[in-house]
Design a protein around this ligand. Structure first.
Ligand code: ADP
Length: 497
């Protein structure tokens, strides 16, 4: 066992990575390659599905070569991926019929409005746990079938396949033998009934998608076929969408446990156990994973602008040279400063939901300068996470005892400490911040017996725990000011602007 490893393939929005883990869940090596982002029209975002595949396979080969691995060394492969991004390909030629339409792509927004206006809102929420939005795969598949010459006919004849990125990568890795996905990815298509874990005929009809295009839904810790190399095979046994994989990688195995990822935006997921929980505040209900045929559900809330606000400090305001300098600058701020930054650059998400809000800086005085604005910007990440967490606690009726964190921006100690202060709960930061890849590795390793549940509950290595240091009274004052600032940022632009 000790000379065997698990490889996680992490197919992200901007790069493909292959990550090598050992039995102690230590990250031994990473290969990474960026690929091209295509913006054919305003609001459209595409990837070349072949380039995704080539970069993903390329980094796997690089990792294997660099570490002189043979198939015997690799116990299993796990896959995690950017979610919702949609690929349609010809099963006879293996060629995509159109570029992959990326989750960020807004081309089908009007179509989604039309579906909502036709009265589908409650039914879709009930079946899929989602709000009707162009973000999810269903309207993207419909767009491809309606706009690519001959696609509709080919789909009806059974010649086309649809997949989210996991299914595309699995199909390529198994040389067309396996067309499958897992429930955490399938739940993001807006075509899966998350109550049953099965594709929904009524929704397929609504979007004009033939059932025979769809991948088979298998357990997240399950059998997804084999990769052949050097004349031997390595099994693919773990698959999950990136945020759900991160929840698993943070060992949030039990109901009521949650993680928050601080990247460009923030994604918070809470394990809600065997029952789905419906939100009163616009959070999504989704599938976390399925293991041994048993579905575990999650609540999901996102903050649009988090690390992106730090990029704004760096690139637009030119206050800092690198994102990590934000910490040193914030520490120079006058402790008495009352500056509040609301980074509503793209409106506000859960639980405020105001598309017409815009960013603002409040509380400026003659002595407010770069340090005060940098500090307020970092604080705004923590405040936004507080708001999502409160919504989650209200919806689920579960009070969190601590928050597990990961993602690039939480390397910032000032932010991590302030987050613990605002939440008045410990914030625990693991040694391996790559929770996404780790989650895919865990799912894969569990299936082949490389790890068992007991191993996994022991391996999470906390690098540092931040305990709350500011008093409740002080935090209440700060939160009151934050919410006042949020209220004043709302409805800034007119809906017809
Ligand atoms: P993504 O996966 O969304 O690209 P990452 O997890 O790689 O995001 O994190 C990158 C984001 O975190 C960037 O928006 C960057 O501005 C921010 N960031 C990175 N390091 C720091 C830091 N030390 N302090 C604050 N923000 C940071």
């Amino acid at each position: 066992m000790s000379d065997q490893f698990i490889i996680a393939l992490d197919q992200g929005t901007t790069s493909s990575r292959a990550v090598l883990f050992n039995h102690e869940a230590e990250l031994l090596d990473v290969s990474q390659e960026e690929f091209t982002q295509h913006f054919p029209k305003p609001g459209w975002v595409e990837h070349d599905a072949n380039e995704i595949w080539q970069s993903q396979f390329g980094v796997l080969q690089k990792l294997v070569a660099k570490n002189q691995l043979t198939p015997i060394h690799i116990a299993a492969i796990g896959i995690t991926n950017q979610r919702e991004t949609t690929v349609v390909w010809d099963k006879n030629t293996g060629e995509p019929v159109y570029n992959a339409i990326v989750w960020q792509d807004r081309r089908t927004a009007a179509r989604c409005d039309e579906i909502a206006a036709a009265g589908w809102k409650n039914k879709i929420q009930e079946k899929t746990g989602l709000v009707i939005d162009a973000y999810f795969s269903a309207s993207k598949v419909e767009w491809i079938l309606n706009n690519v010459d001959g696609a509709k006919e080919k789909a009806q004849a059974g010649d086309l396949l649809f997949g989210t990125i996991d299914a595309w990568v699995i199909w390529k890795l198994t040389e067309g033998k396996v067309h499958a996905t897992d429930p955490s990815n399938a739940a993001r298509t807006m075509l899966l009934n998350i109550n049953t874990g099965k594709w929904d005929n009524e929704l397929l009809d609504l979007f004009g998608i033939p059932m025979n295009m769809l991948p088979e839904v298998r357990d997240s810790s399950g059998d997804f076929g084999d990769v052949e190399f050097q004349g031997k095979t390595v099994p693919i046994t773990g698959v999950a969408g990136d945020q759900q994989a991160a929840l698993f990688g943070q060992t949030c195995f039990d109901k009521g446990m949650a993680k928050n990822t601080y990247g460009t935006g923030c994604f918070m997921l809470m394990n809600t156990g065997a029952e789905r929980v419906d939100s009163q505040s616009g959070l999504l209900s989704t599938i976390a994973w399925s293991i041994n045929g048993k579905i575990t559900y999650a609540l999901e809330g996102s903050v649009f602008i988090a690390g992106a606000a730090v990029q704004w400090l760096r690139d637009e305001l030119e206050f800092i040279e690198s994102a990590s300098d934000s910490e040193t600058l914030a520490l120079k701020a006058n402790p008495e400063s009352d500056v509040v930054v609301v980074p509503a650059f793209a409106g506000l998400g859960a639980p405020h939901w105001d598309m017409y809000a815009r960013g603002a800086i409040f509380g400026l005085t003659r002595d407010s300068g770069r340090p005060e604005i940098a500090k307020a910007t970092l604080q705004s990440l923590a405040y936004q996470v507080f708001d999502v967490l409160c919504a989650m606690e209200n919806d689920s009726g579960i009070e969190l005892s601590q928050l597990n964190v990961d993602g690039g921006a939480i390397a910032n100690d000032f932010l991590a400490q302030f987050q613990a202060d605002v939440l008045q709960k410990p914030v625990t930061r693991p040694k391996v911040l790559e929770s996404t890849a780790l989650g895919a590795a865990y799912l894969a390793g569990l299936k082949v017996g490389y790890w068992d549940w007991e191993d996994l509950s022991k391996v999470r290595d906390v690098e540092r725990e931040f305990a709350p240091m500011l008093s409740v009274e002080k935090i209440e004052v700060l939160l009151k000011r934050w919410h006042k600032a949020v209220d004043r940022s709302k409805q800034w632009i007119d809906s017809d602007e």
